[in-house]
Design a protein around this ligand. Sequence first.
Ligand SMILES: [Fe+2]
Length: 204
Amino acid sequence: MGKYSEVIAREMGWSDDQVEGITIAGYLHDIGKLIVDLSVINSPERFSAKDSKEMSRHPSAGYEILARINHPYAEIPLMARYHHERIDGKGYPDGLKGDQIPPGAKIVTLADSFDAMTTDRPYRKKLALADVFEDFRINTGTQFDPAVVCAFCRAFLKEVEGKKERRLLNLLNRNYDNLEAVTPLLNQLLADFDGGTMAASANN
Ligand SMILES: [Fe+2]
């Protein structure tokens, strides 16, 4: 999932240094799960309310762990802290909205959700790719930042068209066939969210 963050950040025009930082954040963003009860982490079922409360401690805990480490990328602890925020303010731990959420955290959020939906979990199988992008469509502008979703879609399409090294496609090829079939959905997402201009209205 660090790789998904990296591809999105590159597509958004981030510098090499910033991309390296977010790749590391992508790998470390869930480190706060170290303090979550193991029985909750390994639960084969969807979480109960009590388990959700226990699990929801992990972003702040991750921040506490990463903020103590001296590293060149100052935003890494914040990306861990805010990777379960939503741009409509209904996320956690702080209920930040829109531009209050650091850009890197918004990227990690999408990469994390994409990774979760495209891999088998103890409580459910991976989703069909069409359903993953339908989830994107439904949740863009509320959970996900439109500019981040559009960057993901653009990167994916460039790879399908052979204009870019196959990073996303090589990762997905392990679990999916016929990746080209989703291109109409990606073009539709780009048309719906107009390259991310909805981000501005979602921030008000
Ligand atoms: Fe998480």
